[in-house]
Design a binder for this molecule. Structure first.
Ligand code: MC0
Length: 146
C-alpha cells in the first residue's frame, strides 16, 4: 500500500546552486546527500515533513554525473524541473507486482538501491499519464545502541 509522497525528484544543472536556492528561499536544509553511480546522479535530500506512516517526505535534487544518464538526457530535452514523483510503501515488491498486474510497465525486474539505502523501482511515464513514477521502501531505521 502506498502511504506517502516519499519525494519529488527535481532535475538541475548545478546541485550546489539549487541547494542554495532552496535554503535561501524556503529555509530547507540538506538532510542527506550522496552519489548514486548506478543511476548517474549526485543528489541532495531536503526533508520537508515526517509522515503518519513513520516515514518522511523530501525534495530530491538531482544533478547528472555523466552525459548518458537518464537525468542528463531529460535535462537536455526539457531543462530543469520536476523529473519524477515517488510514493512510499512498506513493501515495494508487492506494490510493483500489483501495478504490473494492472498493465503498468515496471522498469526493473528487481528493486534497486535508492537514496539512503532504500529499495526502489520505476513505472514507465507513458503508462502513468506522463509522470515518471517511483516506488520506494525506505531502509529500516537503525535502533540506537545501548
Ligand atoms: C522520459 N520521458 C519522461 C521522463 N523521462 N516523461 C516524463 N518524465 C520523465 N522523467 C518520456 C520522454 O519524453 C519520451 O517521450 C519517452 O518517455 C521515452 O524517453 P527517452 O528520453 O527516449 O528515454 P528512454 O526511453 O531511454 O528512458 C526513459 C525511462 C528512463 C523513463 C525509461 O528515463 C528511466 O529508466 N528512468 C528511471 C530511472 C531514472 O530516471 N533515474 C534517475 C533518478 P516521447 O513522447 O518523446 O517519446 S534516480 C533516483 O531518483 C534515485 C537515486 C532515488 O530516488 O533514490
Amino acid at each position: 500500500m502506498l502511504t506517502r509522497i516519499d519525494h519529488i525528484g527535481i532535475a538541475c544543472f548545478d546541485l550546489d546552486k539549487t541547494v542554495e536556492f532552496y535554503r535561501a528561499t524556503y529555509g530547507f536544509e540538506v538532510f542527506h546527500s550522496e552519489v548514486n553511480e548506478e543511476q548517474g546522479v549526485r543528489e541532495a535530500m531536503l526533508k520537508i515533513n515526517d509522515t503518519s506512516d513513520g516515514g518522511a517526505s523530501y525534495l530530491q535534487l538531482l544533478e547528472p554525473t555523466r552525459p548518458d544518464s537518464t537525468v542528463a538526457k531529460w535535462l537536455d530535452k526539457n531543462g530543469e524541473g520536476v523529473h519524477h514523483i515517488a510514493f512510499g510503501t512498506a513493501d515495494v515488491d508487492a506494490d510493483a507486482a500489483s501495478v504490473k498486474e494492472k498493465g503498468v510497465r515496471v522498469l526493473y525486474e528487481e528493486p534497486r538501491r535508492g537514496s539512503m539505502g532504500s529499495r526502489i523501482t520505476f513505472l514507465h511515464p507513458k503508462d502513468c499519464h506522463g509522470v515518471l513514477t517511483e516506488l520506494v521502501t525506505s531502509a529500516p531505521v537503525e535502533s540506537p545502541e545501548h
